[in-house]
Design a protein around this ligand. Sequence first.
Ligand code: PLP
Length: 366
Amino acid sequence: MPQFPRAGFMTRPTPLERLNRLSDHLKIDLWIKRDDLAGVTFGGNKTRQLDYYFGQALAEGADTILITGAVQSNFTRLAAAFAAKLGKKAFVQLESRVTCPTGNYLESGNVMLSQILGAEVVHFPVGNDEDGADQALYERAEALRAEGAKPYVIPLGKTDHPIAALGYQDAAREIMAEDDGFDLVVTGTGSGMTHTGLIAGFAGTSTHVIGSCVRRKAALQQPRIRTMLRAFQTMTGEALPLTPDAVDIWDGGLWPAYGSMGPKAKAAMQLMARYEGLILDPVYTAKSFSAVPELVKEGVIPQGARVCYVHTGGLGAFFAYQEQIMAMITKAQAAEEDAATAEAAKAEAAKAKAAKKEAAKAKKDG
Ligand SMILES: Cc1ncc(COP(=O)(O)O)c(C=O)c1O
């Protein structure tokens, strides 16, 4: 048996595509790794991670998968999907991390998908207790074991066995096999598995990885990723050639909080939609992608840089945010109308001024 077995969810590489219109607009050479197209049920980065978790679960002969995440978690939705595909039971625990949720947030999107996929869905009322949420899963697993089931727990908190990060070490190799000339790779960083795996995969190359925060601020995410990288090296026995600045984190798009979009995330979502016809989700990718235009604006990403943005999916939650997204669209349309009205008034004033000047000239000329 391989040391880190996989379930075989990644049957082919995801597309790597150039974003032509955004490249022109931002004056960089911008590409996108379409992990939103990975696997089943609206795809996403969690496919690569679950490939390893389910590989281990299958190796252990598990019949029930237990997983925890936010109410609109893509991780839990994809685990429910892969459990269905393999004929396993899924136990999905949803943590109440978002304050003042709407009805759509609580019932639509990934919650609805997990239900149609046949998962048992329960709620964990504490929002920010990562260890407590994992502990509740282990307790449930114990109860299931006592009933004769064979449970496998997928934890979300810190672990000394970050097998999920292996999925993104693979992704880095997949990108390099197609194009090894990127200056920068930009990804979202939440649990940190994607970010850790990409750093490990690009270590020793000239490609630098930036993690754009989706869950907690850079000051908290920095030590988290460093700890995970140490655990990854111990787990794999690989000593990675890491530079001192290997853990590079930007949290400018995180505001106001996990699961809620601020102006930078909203602008990023509209930019991607209007220039490339691609949809970013409100919780993860709108925030993570906002790093690209913002860091170009700040001069951190220089003109002409070759940048690969990793689209990590999240699309299962899109319609659960209908109210926020519609309010954003309405506001943007009103601003466009105001700008068009102001432009028309300016043109009208210029026309009147020119006519007045012409009339004065005609009068003077007799
Ligand atoms: C769509 C999406 N993008 C990015 C992330 C962050 O990835 P990670 O948890 O590996 O840091 C998540 C995490 O749930 C996600 O669902």
